[in-house]
Design a protein around this ligand. Structure first.
Ligand code: ZN
Ligand code: FE
Length: 249
C-alpha cells in the first residue's frame, strides 16, 4: 500500500502535494492552492489526476478546484464547506473512509481553523495530510472554531502512530520555532531549532514532519506542560494560541 508523494512549494508559502497509489496507479492531489503549479507537477511526474482531496474551504486550499477539474476531470472530495467557494463532488466528514486505488484513506475531523476542516490519514502508507491544522512546531489559527474544538482535533492527530509522516500545507516553521523558543526551554526544542534554521538557510523544506517530532517539540501539543498554572489542557492550549497570535518574533 505504498504512496508516492511529490511535494512542491507554491503561492507565497503553501505546499502542494500530488500522490500516487503505486499498486493501482491512481493519483490524487491534496488541496488546490495553485492549479498551474499542480498541473505542472503532474506533467513533470507523467501522471494524470483521479481525485482532489480538499482539507478546508480557504482559497489557498480549494481555489484551484475548478481549473484542476477542468484540466484533468478529477473527482473532488472534501468537507461540505468547500461549496462556499468551489465545486465539490463528494462531501466527507470525520470517520468516513475513502480509497485511492488500493490505499485506504481515513477522514479525520480537524475542525478549529475552519468548522469543517478535515485531515486525510493513510494508515498503511503511514502518512497524513493535515492542511492548516497541525504545522511543524505550530498549529492553524482559530478563524472559525473554539479552542476546545481545535485542541480535540490536535489530540486526534497526536494520537496517530508516532512515525506517521505529517504533510502540512504551509512552510511556517521558522517563525514557529522563534515562538517555541520564547516559551519552551526543552533541549529538544533548541536542537530542532538549529536543524530548522539550517534547512531554511539552504532553502530546504521543513515539511514533512512526524508525530513523534511534534509531540516532543510542538508548543501547542505541549501546552499543558508550558502553562502549568492553567486549570485544564484546553485553557493551556488557548493561552499558547493567543500568545502566538500576539507574538512578534
Ligand atoms: Zn486555511
Ligand atoms: Fe492555508
Amino acid at each position: 500500500m505504498a504512496l508516492d508523494v511529490r511535494q512542491f512549494p507554491c503561492l507565497s508559502d503553501n505546499y502542494g502535494f500530488i500522490v500516487r497509489d503505486e499498486a493501482s496507479g491512481r493519483t490524487a492531489c491534496v488541496d488546490t492552492p495553485d492549479a498551474e503549479a499542480i498541473l505542472a507537477a503532474l506533467s513533470a511526474a507523467g501522471w494524470g489526476l483521479d481525485l482532489v482531496l480538499n482539507t478546508h474551504w480557504h482559497p489557498d486550499h480549494a481555489g484551484g478546484n475548478r481549473a484542476v477539474q477542468a484540466a484533468t476531470g478529477a473527482r473532488i472530495v472534501g468537507p461540505e464547506e468547500v461549496l462556499r467557494i468551489a465545486p465539490l463532488d463528494q462531501a466527507v466528514k470525520g470517520g468516513d473512509e475513502i480509497r485511492l486505488g488500493d490505499t485506504r484513506i481515513q477522514v479525520i475531523d480537524c475542525s478549529g481553523h475552519t468548522l469543517g476542516h478535515v485531515a486525510y490519514h493513510a494508515p498503511e502508507a503511514n502518512m497524513a495530510f493535515v492542511g492548516d491544522t497541525l504545522f511543524a512546531m505550530g498549529c492553524g489559527r482559530l478563524f472559525e472554531g473554539e479552542p476546545a474544538q481545535m485542541w480535540a482535533s490536535l489530540q486526534r492527530l497526536a494520537a496517530l502512530p508516532e512515525q506517521t509522516i505529517i504533510f502540512c500545507a504551509h512552510e511556517y516553521t521558522e517563525s514557529n520555532v522563534r515562538f517555541a523558543l520564547s516559551l519552551d526551554s526543552d533541549p529538544a526544542v533548541a536542537e530542532r531549532a538549529q536543524i530548522v534554521f539550517e534547512a531554511r538557510r539552504k532553502g530546504e523544506p521543513t515539511v514533512p514532519t512526524t508525530i513523534a517530532r511534534e509531540r516532543a517539540t510542538n508548543p501547542f501539543l505541549r501546552a499543558p506542560l508550558l502553562m502549568p498554572d492553567a486549570p485544564d489542557p484546553v485553557t493551556a492550549f488557548a493561552q499558547v494560541r493567543s500568545a502566538k497570535d500576539e507574538f512578534k518574533g
